[in-house]
Design a binder for this molecule. Structure first.
Ligand code: PEP
Length: 249
């Protein structure tokens, strides 16, 4: 497995100026760091200015969403090609806020993953169970369904370009983190599922990262787990000090 993958999802926060100021601070503060893959996901409006601010750095840009359509009369949508044009390398797909607040189903997520890959973007594919699903003991079947349907009809080369984020919905923005053991159990399950579905040792190439109330205090214990290859950080990625502490755990 490569270096730890640390991504910040800014959600619907930061103006262009705020995003660029943050980016400039970030690149200065981690200029010497070469043993992390650091990714930031600003809102759409700030993508291009942040891409400009990142030029020559080793930090990569991600979008938070994309259209499942290539182009045309889809008012308000943003295509994969536009994201590549704006400087994105990654795109977050299947985030629980998209699934739960905007009704995105597995089939749409699958279409988004395909169009992202076809355009040269690397999907950060999010899966995770709700509290209700965990309490009724369906965590494993929910994750398995999200993975099988979200990755339907992808080949091994496609799969190699993914990052998978396990984000238990009950831990996102709630201050409740999965214990390292809870997260490790699901990461190991995902790795096993990927190997079983796409061929042995396949999952070794795919970073499987954890998201859900990651902060400077819990990052080290999470990253100490064998199958946790990085983190997707929401709230704590908005503040430069906490994000830097997470990156430099
Ligand atoms: C997220 O939205 O991907 C996330 C993990 O948020 P938070 O860190 O705020 O829980």
């Amino acid at each position: 497995m490569g270096v730890p993958f640390i991504a910040g999802n800014w959600k619907m926060n930061k103006t262009i100026r705020e995003a660029v100021d943050f980016t400039n601070q970030l690149r200065n503060l981690i200029a010497e760091l070469d043993d992390r893959e650091v990714v930031i996901a600003p809102p759409f409006t700030a993508l291009y200015p942040v891409a400009e601010a990142l030029k020559g750095s080793n930090i990569h840009l991600s979008a938070q969403n994309l259209s499942d359509k290539a182009e045309g009369a889809y008012t308000g949508e943003v295509s994969a090609r536009m994201l590549v044009d704006a400087g994105c390398r990654y795109v977050i797909i299947g985030h629980s806020e998209r699934r739960n607040l905007f009704g995105e189903k597995d089939a749409v997520i699958n279409a988004k993953i395909k169009i992202a890959l076809a355009s040269g973007l690397k999907p950060i594919f999010c899966v995770g169970e709700t509290l209700e699903e965990r309490e009724e003991d369906s965590t494993f079947s929910v994750i398995e369904r999200q993975i099988k349907e979200g990755l339907n009809n992808l080949n091994r080369d496609d799969i190699r370009r993914l990052v998978i984020a396990y984000e238990p919905v009950w831990a996102i923005g709630t201050g409740k983190t999965a214990t390292p053991e809870q997260a490790q159990e699901i990461h190991a399950f995902i790795r096993h599922l990927m190997d079983a579905t796409y061929g042995e040792h396949m999952a070794g190439d795919i970073p499987i990262i954890y998201g859900g109330s990651v902060n400077p205090k819990n990052i080290s214990v999470l990253m100490a787990e064998r199958d946790i290859n990085g983190v997707l950080v929401g709230g704590a990625s908005l503040d430069i000090d906490s994000f830097i502490q997470i990156i430099k755990f």
